[in-house]
Design a protein around this ligand. Structure first.
Ligand code: GLN
Length: 617
């Protein structure tokens, strides 16, 4: 960040000509100078008027689905052919989500560039079918850290560093920088938390200033609010919504659009009161009541004309590519039709996990399954199996009536013996299996113990003294990747061998090795010492690091469907591009549930590789 009138400072990722930067700043000189109280540092290359902003704020309470709203609206703009850049601004002081407990905060979603964020970024990636980066996510901790680092490096030249203008200036800088770097027509800003919280007050102040500086028609404020419907009264009450909106206006933000969340469609009397008390015309108060699937929201918004209102407000009608929008809408509607229509098949998928009581902890897995269920016309019931609550010997009993098993990622030793018992049951009885990260490692341990006959086999994450540490931390391999002893994080290439289950799933026609890109978050891996003996006894490592002996996909030839990934396939599943390993699993689960169904009926593409259920080994 640069303060006008000071020599420009070089950012690590700032490759622009500094003189250019100064001239950009001087162009804004009316607004920003050393002498004035304005402080609006502008990133190099920023063109005022080129980038527009939609700011989504929450009132009344948290959990209204600001991320879902913002991503759905952003999707409509992307479908119109515009570049969209979402950003989630979190109020908490953590630098990232890496250390958050998924039980409290939902899953940790890993971006391709390795940033550990929260599950909302997953919603954005899926809705937009777009990879996000660390620029699309910030926290109070990050913002304050940047300000303090700058202060230590003399970046504020003798000034006292204040919440306003310096911290708010940093927020504005970040928003504008995002706009430039991702060449955004529209930046969708989701302000975390609820209006009135201490944690997000500086964000609200920053976006207020942004709107002031960018001028009319550049920033559209959307307030999400909640209309309550107390069962005892049986009617909708808008008072809480009114008070929440008032709080927003007290902060100096006049909303342009109100999205009223509610259980049922918002009645006109409630909408009128909301309009009246918040100075928002009635036609810009939208009912955003509960829906059966979040994927129906973009269409609902379009039907209500919400996107058109925003287009008008931001003067963006001229940037709409009509042909593109029509095609995108058709594709999306065909997916939503499958999602909401009747299903031909049924299947029950068991998921083992320590956080089994909390669906949010496995949000991406849940979504990956939902996409596949729609594409393969299968009504999938997920059964959560808390392996900390049953003994290994009871695994077979617990898996009765289940058509496929997922052992998802995890940390710590609790429940691992029962997970291993579930893997064993799958391997021995031909029950379809997908092991993810920890589930991949557990499959290796199970195989080593029961097929290779290394009864001591273990992961050193749970058993430091094991005689057969088939899964271990391998610092020398981490060094090769320049990661020190840390977690291996983010998108990496995986080399897939042709004529394997993995290659049939990802690229059915391949007859040469090819690479895929998937996301990782792990410390432990297969010790290369054991690769040979594992493979000699029948396990196949069909996906590896392109250069190092790091095993990334395993499979079991002869089994109807047994595959494991050291990465997290669920993080790359998208509604219109469902994740191949999950598609294979769901196809196999359908085959298991409906042994007599015709192959072609389930979808030849996905079933070609599923062998009939037979007992193996
Ligand atoms: N705990 C294992 C590791 O660190 C697996 C991690 C995971 O499942 N995400 O390697």
């Amino acid at each position: 960040m640069v303060q006008t009138g000071m020599p420009p400072q070089k950012d690590a990722n700032d490759d622009a000509d500094p003189s250019q930067r100064t001239s950009d700043l001087l162009a804004e000189a009316g607004h920003a100078s050393q002498e004035s109280e304005f402080f609006n540092p502008i990133p190099p290359g920023y063109q005022k008027g080129r980038h527009k902003y939609v700011v989504v704020l929450g009132t009344v309470m948290s959990g209204l689905g600001k991320g879902i709203f913002s991503s759905s609206l952003a999707k409509l703009f992307k479908d119109k052919g515009m570049n969209v850049a979402p950003i989630k601004m979190e109020g908490y002081l953590n630098i990232d989500s890496g250390t958050l407990n998924p039980y409290r905060h939902g899953e940790v979603f890993v971006l391709d560039d390795g940033l550990e964020t929260d599950m909302d970024l997953g919603t954005y990636e899926r809705m937009l079918d777009q990879n996000l980066t660390r620029q699309n996510y910030t926290t109070s901790g990050q913002v304050n850290k940047r300000v303090l680092d700058k202060e230590r490096h003399g970046g504020y030249l003798g000034r006292d560093v204040q919440m306003i203008p310096h911290v708010t200036g940093e927020v504005k800088y970040q928003l504008r920088e995002l706009a430039v770097k991702q060449d955004a027509d529209v930046v969708f800003v989701e302000v975390g938390g609820t209006v009135g919280d201490h944690e997000n007050a500086f964000y609200i102040e920053a976006v207020r200033q942004l709107a002031f500086e960018e001028g009319e028609g550049a920033v559209c404020f959307v307030a999400l609010t909640y209309v309550i419907e107390p069962p005892a009264l049986g009617e909708q009450k808008s008072k809480a919504a009114q008070l929440g909106l008032k709080k927003l206006m007290e902060a100096g933000v006049q909303p342009h659009i109100i999205a009223a969340r509610a259980k049922n469609p918002v009645e006109s009397s409630a909408a009128q009161k909301i309009a009246m008390f918040s100075n928002v015309p009635l036609h810009r108060v939208f009912s955003m009541h509960d829906r059966e699937s979040i994927y129906t929201i973009p269409d609902a918004m379009r039907q209500a004309g919400l996107d058109r209102e925003v287009l008008t407000m931001l003067d963006l009608h001229g940037r709409v590519d009509q042909g593109k929008e029509d095609r995108a809408r058709e594709n999306w509607q065909s997916f939503v039709g499958k999602l909401t229509g009747g299903r031909k098949f049924n299947a029950r998928i068991g998921i083992t996990g320590k956080y089994a009581s909390l669906r949010d902890a496995y949000a991406s897995i849940d979504k990956a399954i939902e996409h596949c269920g729609a594409h393969l016309s299968c009504d999938i019931e997920t059964v959560w199996l808390d392996t900390t609550r049953f003994e290994p010997k009871d695994a077979a009993e617990k898996l009765k009536g289940i058509d496929a098993v997922i052992v998802p990622g995890g940390f710590g030793h609790r429940g691992t013996e029962s997970k291993i018992a579930c893997v064993k049951h799958c391997r021995e009885t031909g029950l379809p299996y997908l092991g993810i990260c920890l589930g991949f490692q557990m499959a290796v341990v199970e195989y080593a113990r029961n097929v290779v006959q290394l009864p001591e086999a273990a992961s050193t994450e749970f058993d430091k003294l094991s005689d057969a540490p088939v899964i271990d931390i391998l610092p020398e391999q981490k060094k090769i990747e320049g990661l020190g002893g840390n977690m291996r994080l983010g998108g990496k290439d995986v080399l897939i061998q042709p004529h394997t289950l993995a290659s049939l799933l990802y690229q059915p026609d391949a007859d040469k090795p090819f690479t895929i890109r998937e996301r990782f978050r792990h410390r432990y891996e297969v010790d290369p010492k054991y690769i040979e003996v594992l493979e000699k006894t029948g396990l196949v490592f069909s996906g590896r690091h392109p250069k190092q002996p790091i095993m990334q996909v395993l499979e079991l030839p002869g089994h109807p469907y047994f595959i494991g990934a050291q990465f997290h396939p669920e993080l790359t599943g998208r509604p219109l591009r469902p994740q191949p390993m999950f598609m294979g699993l769901v196809a196999a689960a359908i085959r298991h549930h409906h042994p007599d169904a015709e192959h072609a009926e389930i979808g030849q593409r996905w079933l070609a590789q599923v062998k009939p259920t037979t007992t193996v080994r």
